[in-house]
Design a protein around this ligand. Sequence first.
Ligand code: SD4
Length: 325
Amino acid sequence: MDRRSFIKSSGIASLGIGLGMNKTFSNNSNNYKSNYPIVIATWDVKNATKKAWEILSSKGQSLDAIEEGCKVEEANENGQSVGKGGLPDRDGNVTLDACIMDHKGNCGSVVYMQDIKHAISVARMVMENTPHVMLAGDGAKNFAISMGFKKENLLTKKSREDWIKWKEKEEYKPIINIENHDTIGMLAIDKNKNISGGCTTSGLAYKMHGRVGDSPIIGAGLFIDNEVGGAVATGLGEEVLKTVGSFLIVELMRQGYSPNDACKIAIERIVKKPKSNYKNFQVGYIALNKKGVTGSYSIQKNFRVTQHDKNGNINFDSPYYYKQG
Ligand code: SD4
């Protein structure tokens, strides 16, 4: 095999040269000034970023900031896509997916877990207290109980009523920008320049029982490389899984792409697929690099992002791909 065909067939092409082939982007991440600590999260979640910032600004670690920030949304019963109050699957079960990753490359994840609110904390315990990366279903729940977590019914009155109403038609359709308050994905860099990230969700509303999305899958829903940065996804998990989006974004940043440009290229991977019906679903990415520069990009408009640094706690609209009309 000559060198060129070796590069083509070995995957080096897709991790290196292949990723960079886009003339509309520049390798421009060196143009930005450092800004850390900082935390960035998907959607309108100022309470969560505020909590994370309390930890970061008092010289705490990014991993603690991520866990505590995500817990705020898991406990928020009004958020119908995370933790307690999450919308159930089509059979009425609330099943949670979450993962966490630290600056050393350690990760932990729970999938299809029921009856335990703080999935992000269980994921952290999987990472820190087991030889494994991922626990599923009753295994995850029983592990959580053995670690002192409380079992509780996660289906609130409101989510149950919504599900009963949904059953009248039983139409499965991913909801775009559900109340601008969806899966929480969070990335943080602390004062020691250590990067961590987390992602926690009840998954897509009215999914098939047993369905697992991208959010607990390392590389798809979340990826961190402390030398480079991190990325996290929200939206239609199947599309993120098929393109291993978060890993892709980190690898693009490794080549020098800014967080914004890296997110944009990852979104283009989805929308430019043959016969992609991207007009009917949402995917949004956020990213953070080693300098504390953040970025985001989504398919549809109205993907909101929240960010807290020394200048304050702000929300903004992400740039997006699909300009209607
Ligand atoms: C999933 N990505 O389960 C999650 C859902 C989500 O915004 O992020 N919704 O596919």
